[in-house]
Design a protein around this ligand. Structure first.
Ligand SMILES: *[C@@H]1O[C@H](CO)[C@@H](O)[C@H](O)[C@H]1NC(C)=O
Ligand SMILES: *[C@@H]1O[C@H](CO)[C@@H](O)[C@H](O)[C@H]1NC(C)=O
Ligand SMILES: *[C@@H]1O[C@H](CO)[C@@H](O)[C@H](O)[C@H]1NC(C)=O
Length: 235
């Protein structure tokens, strides 16, 4: 019943979006800023990608029907004039304008919209489940959101356990070792924290340290609102 209702609402929204109604009421805007003292190539799915020199800002509008978005930084990239090349971290199949998620390690800013769900909330979090490359801050700009301004600023690369070290970053153990213990992939998985997840948690208490982390800090906003969000690399 609930699913059927969701479908009906989504269809109504789709029809309205053709009349460019929903698209104006529900789009989210992400202001993505590079405060690092080096160039990063910001990436977003959906959204694409853009080179950000120091202090550059990319204003990205995410369409109203998007229920999941992921934003990360790529480092040490080289692209040709057609937007093909590669990056040391976060590379997405060699494209400047990403269409797929990046290769770990990447610190992730994640946005999940439950606007079509009974919850009617939009949620933002920072995740280290794909490891870490660049420090991130992620915050909503509206005061109607709660728990805003979360960040992961620690210098994880420098303290990374050697078996997790990667060029330009620090892998999550799931990427290196796989398996249910670190990736929580099994049906009814009873995976819990590990020495590695505690390392990440210690460094960045607000971020997801493993897929079923029970105590990350997220921010929430009323569902489907056209709020603006800020993502800062090297806050
Ligand atoms: C970023 O830096 C590169 C290399 O210095 C330069 O060619 C490019 O124009 C800069 N981009 C912007 C938007 O300033
Ligand atoms: C987030 O909090 C930090 C420290 O409290 C502050 O310096 C920063 O300006 C805040 N960021 C935003 C976007 O409000
Ligand atoms: C969101 O950002 C856009 C573009 O930067 C701006 O025009 C708009 O006023 C902002 N909306 C809010 C609610 O701050």
């Amino acid at each position: 019943m609930e699913t059927k209702m969701k479908m009906i609402i989504m269809n109504i929204c789709f029809l309205f979006s053709l009349l460019s109604f929903c698209s104006h009421t529900h789009a989210a805007i992400f202001e993505i800023r590079n405060n690092c003292d080096f160039t990063v190539w910001a990436a977003a799915v959906p959204g694409g990608g853009q080179q950000l020199n120091q202090t550059d800002v990319w204003t990205l509008e995410v369409k109203p029907d998007v229920t999941n978005a992921r934003i990360w930084a790529r480092t040490n990239c080289n692209f040709d004039a057609s937007g093909r090349g590669r990056c040391e971290t976060g590379d997405c199949g060699g494209l400047l304008h990403c269409q797929a998620y990046g290769t770990p390690p990447t610190t992730l800013a994640e946005y999940i919209s439950y606007q079509f769900d009974i919850l009617n909330l939009d949620i933002g979090d920072i995740s280290l489940t794909d490891g870490f490359n660049v420090p991130i801050e992620f915050s909503p700009t509206s005061s109607e959101c709660t728990g805003g301004n979360i960040s992961c600023k620690a210098d994880i690369n420098r303290q990374c356990p050697k078996e997790l070290k990667a060029p330009g970053g620090c892998n999550n153990p799931c990427t290196v070792f796989g398996g249910d213990r670190y990736c929580c992939t099994a049906r009814d998985s009873s995976c819990g924290s590990t020495g590695y997840s505690r390392f990440f948690k210690n460094m960045c208490p607000y971020a997801y340290s493993y897929p079923k982390d029970i105590a990350p800090v997220v921010f929430t906003c009323p569902g489907g609102t056209n709020y603006n969000y800020t993502v800062i690399f090297c806050p």
